[in-house]
Design a protein around this ligand. Sequence first.
Ligand code: FAD
Length: 501
Amino acid sequence: MLDTGTLPRAAAQQGTEHFDVLIVGAGISGVGGAYHLSHQCPGTSFVVLETQESFGGTWITHKYPGIRSDSDLYTFGYRFKPWTTAPIATAAEILKYMGRVIDENDLGPHIRYRHRIDAAAWSSETNFWTIDATNIATGEPVRITTNFLWMCQGYYRHSEGYTPQWDGMETFKGTIVHPQTWPTELDYAGKNVVVIGSGATAATLIPAMAEDVGHVTMLQRSPTYFRTGRNAVEIADELRALAIDETWIHEIVRRKILHDQSVFTGRAFSEPETVKRELLGAVRSYLGPDYDVDTHFTPRYRPWRQRIAFIPDGDLFQGIRTGKASVVTDEIERFVETGILLKSGKQLDADIIVTATGFNLNVLGDIDFVIDGRPLNFADTVTYRGMMFTGIPNMVWVFGYFRASWTLRADLVGDFVCRLLNHMKQKRAKRVTPSLRPEDADMPLLPWIDPENFNPGYLMRGMHLLPKRGDKKEWQHTQDYWNEKDEFPAIDLDGREFVYG
Ligand SMILES: Cc1cc2nc3c(=O)[nH]c(=O)nc-3n(C[C@H](O)[C@H](O)[C@H](O)COP(=O)(O)OP(=O)(O)OC[C@H]3O[C@@H](n4cnc5c(N)ncnc54)[C@H](O)[C@@H]3O)c2cc1C
């Protein structure tokens, strides 16, 4: 428990509930945060507020056909809870796994569903946050105070996806759907479907729909890299055949996958052309020598500048081979009554158009933040290691990795937060605020992430909303799990970048 002093009790006297820690969101990060708090900070009171009707975050929001992970569950799963089946998992399997974590650790009583946080105000007089939320079931306002905010709201707006506006959309006579708000009653049997986009979502949807539709076309402006292989980890299967304990298997397989990924990531930067050839070679092996891989599967960027989705058993390519699915690389001129007119002059007829065009970046959960009476402009802050922010006291945001599983970082940040809370308790500190040190005074301030390094559309569209990055690793989200796994546990909590009060 933090040294909460007397003020939280004063809040309680006014009938406002008070918690040592408030976690925003019950996705993989928030549930992980709750686990870490209950194990590493016993006696700390905490609550998780979640807008949706259940836990899962991403995995409950998305209901489109075939929804599955694009990275392996040995590393997307928590460090502390073994994953025991095939590495690429469906949303339903991930939800089951998370449900077990909640039940086995009695986290359920801490989570309040259908509670949307609207505003958060920090006071340096009281040293706590006042959270204004809405109980969506009753419409009633809910006020809670907390010493520490653990932001696990993810990075995109859950209520709606990103759909660009194309000319003539209103004239299209068929149905337009975004995968993020998929109508579960949508009947696509025998229909002609065009999926706009070529990211992980399109690559998942297309094989899942291919059997039932008349035809499905993936319409892309430019191609994406994919990795493909069996949905299995050989070493896991071998260890399981030897009846090795699942806890061991989980740890060994994680190490193996992380080792392989580290080698792959390193090679993507040191020998991009070779890696490119390998990735395209795998695609060619599925599609055959006559397929135009150059046009449809050869991206303009170097490997790893955007997330590389894993295609289990090459199912996307199998759909293309059978002729049920096809790829068109072109640009949209306009929508017409019967489909899409392309810049090349070609027309794609469709009954259903799926806009797999990505997310709207959601900075800090669409919550209005106020610090000591002043509205917070997040873009005016500098990030401390991609998890805390200059001038914002007692707050951590879990922002995972692009090139490795998100949860690897959620676990690392979880350890950091618990260590920080325990340290504050020991120091009898009521607040901690990251601040630039004297030696950082002339540091250049750069965008949150280097677009040369990683540049998906939702980040490029929203970069101006995000905190700044410095040119030292303390002031960056380095996106480097392999360094952070050693650096985070060694962070000196009495370093000058932490100002306690
Ligand atoms: C389709 C899809 C597949 C993906 N696959 C992978 C993958 O295989 N591997 C990988 O590493 N990453 C993947 N990602 C990225 C993925 O989003 C993250 O890995 C991870 O699920 C994020 O978890 P989270 O808990 O941080 O956030 P989220 O899953 O986004 O959950 C955040 C939760 O916070 C709640 N919330 C937000 N604002 C508020 C508020 N104001 N008040 C109350 N509650 C709020 C939301 O309702 C939501 O439930 C995928 C993303 C998508 C969209």
